[in-house]
Design a binder for this molecule. Structure first.
Ligand SMILES: Nc1ncnc2c1ncn2[C@@H]1O[C@H](COP(=O)(O)OP(=O)(O)OP(=O)(O)O)[C@@H](O)[C@H]1O
Length: 691
């Protein structure tokens, strides 16, 4: 899309502005103002200051055509040499406002004590402070647990115990006892999280013009306790109980009830086929499954109950997608939602429930990784994982009471539980749209629910931008976006950010098994599209060369990442694989630590940004030069405009074979499956060679 750019901002004419979609009258005013601002930033190397000034003056508006945003942004940065100056920044922290952020305030209090005269302010001292959180995780976590709404039934004896040498990940908060679901439901120590604060805001697809629905924290607690009582009527303590349904307010209530009552939630994404659901039920030996009769999505009705019971005998408890009655006939041992809830009718106080307190390492949730690199892993989350989730939103997105957090996903993907905990443990409201996130109705919900932080994955943003379905909606309450899952596209993020007068798009990369990111954006640093500005708080890593030797810390480089093993909240076992073998075997030792495998190729750019270059497994050898799939793909993409999407899966000496495919194989979470493509190509070639 950079074709829309001029070689400098000075080349832009009023005609270009009209060509980008403004009326001649508006174009004249815009042109005049653009020149005026540009004149104030004439010096060489002043692109970032010019862009910052343009954004602060709100010259570019969400109502302007995207072509105009492209024209200005790409022309401002036309001369910017990425190889010398790193990725160009589009968002800048303010030294004054940074002190009001959650992390900034903590840095102002503790920075001078911890860093002495090296501490200046949250912006200047951010990187130094981040390094401190890696070197002294016990200091960081002792601060963070006071910032979240955590209630310890028994306080931890200490923050981190590394005396067990067989445990690479360390023992966190030893001796502590709590119930993390209870922490979600009670105000805890957060003054602005009250029983009357908004906890969940939701809307059913098809009810676009109705007011949004609300649940306060008190109402949420009552409903969770009711379901917890009903669970005790049907299940035995410690049982694994699955949830396979869209992430609705009812699904969230069920999830919290399972954990409040001391069971383990097995969360399975609602997009899986019957055999995939059955596999996950079998691996976890789940005793029951919460599901829906149907899913309503994008105006269509899809069967869900029939898919769930196809390969699974466990008791299903079936929530009706609309109304009070289930729209399918159930097997004799299954229960309708109404019958399940009615089982509490004889209790004297069904909305009262004593939480089951457990140690920090107790399992609370089994999640499955996407299966991009092989079979999906069954990953147990403990009570530490939710704390890690919430701390990331706190530190990197400044999540706080009063925020409305929306991230269209499912409880079966890492972002489902992560968004839930990030909302409730920070006292924010969780916004849930019961329907497809791909169309305008979702965007209208974002507007009507006054969402302040909106999370995305790249494929959704691409659809929103290309369909223009969000035109005319007001997203200006949004103060920050999030993106994760795959590399995001610079132009798509330009579009996204421009919907809210260029609020930051915080890029996050991590893994289900980390319960967090290891690379992130930060509101205390300038942000560049499609790039991470920092290792996440308290996440250390080394970038390894081909021999497994770490590159020096601040040097631009590309290599496989090796994570520092003391990563609070990360997995310490897998249900269906050997944890040590998967994450530690064969990894180098660095500064006395056995590094943890993650499998991503990471580039550290000039200027200290990070870009993911794909998976180590997807790296190809082109004439002796190791090249990542992500480096090759954009080149092919530009080769012919009929190419809709590119996936580099295999390297040939000479390109002689073009196969047109309608779509690429993807995981259920929509990630490109290069390994499947590679297998198909291999198969095709081996069958040809036999001919
Ligand atoms: N913002 C991002 N940019 C680029 N890649 C990302 C980003 N966020 C996540 N990823 C990719 O997704 C991975 C994490 O995804 P997830 O935990 O769902 O499992 P997976 O690695 O896809 O599946 P499996 O472990 O089964 O192969 C990261 O390691 C990274 O490769």
């Amino acid at each position: 899309m950079a074709a829309a750019a001029k070689s400098s901002i000075w080349e832009i004419t009023a005609e270009d502005i009209t060509a980008a979609g403004l009326s001649s009258a508006d174009a004249a005013g815009f042109y005049k103002e653009l020149r005026r601002v540009a004149e104030a930033h004439m010096g060489e190397g002043s692109e970032a200051e010019l862009w910052r000034d343009l954004v602060e003056r709100r010259l570019l508006k969400p109502s302007h055509p995207h072509e105009l945003h492209q024209l200005v942004y790409y022309s401002v940065y036309a001369e910017w040499d990425v190889s010398v100056r790193g990725p160009p920044p589009y968002w800048f922290p303010s030294k004054i406002h940074s002190k009001d952020t959650k992390l900034g305030r903590v840095m102002e209090i503790h920075g001078p004590k911890l860093l002495g005269s090296l501490y200046h302010d949250p912006v200047t001292s951010f990187s130094l402070f981040q390094k401190l959180t890696i070197e002294h995780p016990e200091v960081y976590w002792s601060i963070v647990i006071k910032e979240l709404s955590l209630i310890f039934h028994e306080p931890p004896k200490t923050i981190l115990d590394t005396s067990d040498k067989s445990n690479n990940g360390g023992t966190w908060f030893p001796g502590a006892i709590m119930n993390i679901a209870e922490c979600c439901l009670l105000p805890g120590n957060l003054p602005n999280k009250t029983d009357d604060s908004m906890a969940i805001i939701w809307r059913n697809e098809g009810f676009d013009d109705d007011p949004v629905n609300y649940l306060t924290y008190r109402e949420l607690r009552d409903q969770v306790m009711l379901v917890a009582n009903a669970l005790d009527m049907t299940f035995t303590k410690g049982d694994m109980i699955a949830i396979d349904m869209p992430m609705t307010s009812t699904a969230v209530i069920i999830y919290l009830a399972i954990i409040l009552a001391g069971y383990v939630a097995v969360t399975i994404a609602d997009s899986f086929a019957a055999n995939e659901i059955a596999t996950r039920m079998r691996i976890t030996k789940s005793k029951g499954i919460f599901t829906q009769d149907f899913i309503i999505r994008g105006g269509k009705k899809f069967p869900l109950y029939s898919r769930v019971v196809e390969g699974c005998q466990s008791k299903a408890i079936v929530v009706p997608v609309r109304g009070d009655n289930v729209g399918v006939s159930l097997r004799s041992h299954d229960l309708s939602w109404n019958d399940f809830i009615s089982s509490t009718a004889a209790l004297p106080n069904p909305v009262n429930y004593p939480p089951v307190y457990q140690p920090m390492e107790a399992m609370t949730n089994i999640l499955f990784s996407s299966g991009t690199t092989g079979d999906p892993k069954a990953i147990p989350w403990t009570q530490l994982s939710p704390i890690r989730n919430a701390s990331e939103a706190w530190a990197h997105c400044n999540m706080r009471a009063g925020d409305v957090y929306c991230w269209p996903t499912n409880l079966g993907w890492v972002m489902g539980p992560s968004t839930l905990y990030s909302s409730f443990l920070n006292g924010a409201a969780l916004a849930l749209y019961h329907g497809s996130p791909l169309g305008r109705s979702f965007g209208k919900f974002v507007q009507d629910a006054s969402v302040t932080v909106l999370g995305t994955v790249p494929s959704i943003v691409k659809t929103w931008k290309s369909s223009k379905c969000m035109e005319g909606l007001d997203w200006t309450k949004i103060r920050g976006f999030g993106t994760t899952g795959e590399n995001s596209d610079i132009d798509d993020d330009l579009w996204l950010s421009s919907r809210a007068y260029y609020q930051p798009v915080i890029e996050l990369c991590g893994g289900t098994e980390l319960a967090s990111s290891y690379l992130a954006g930060s509101l205390l640093q300038p942000q560049a599209f499609g790039a991470f500005s920092t290792p996440s708080m308290s996440a250390g890593f080394a970038i390894l060369d081909d021999q497994g030797i770490p590159y020096p810390d601040d040097q631009p480089c590309v290599g496989e990442v090796g994570l520092f093993p003391l990563h609070m909240g990360a997995s310490q076992k897998l249900l269906n694989a050997d944890h040590n073998k998967v994450y530690f075997d064969g990894m180098p030792v660095y500064r006395g630590m056995k590094l943890r495998r993650h499998g991503d190729i990471v580039q550290r750019t000039v200027g200290g940004y990070y870009i993911i270059q794909g998976r180590a497994d997807d790296t190809m050898n082109l004439g002796g030069i190791k090249t990542s799939s992500v480096e090759i793909e954009p080149l092919w993409h530009r080769a012919d405009e009929r190419v809709l999407e590119t996936a580099a899966a295999y390297a040939f000496v000479q390109v002689s074979h073009v196969k047109v495919v309608p779509e690429f194989p993807r995981t259920a979470s929509n990630k490109l499956l290069r390994r499947v493509l590679r297998d198909r190509v291999k198969q095709e070639f081996s069958s040809r060679s036999k001919l």
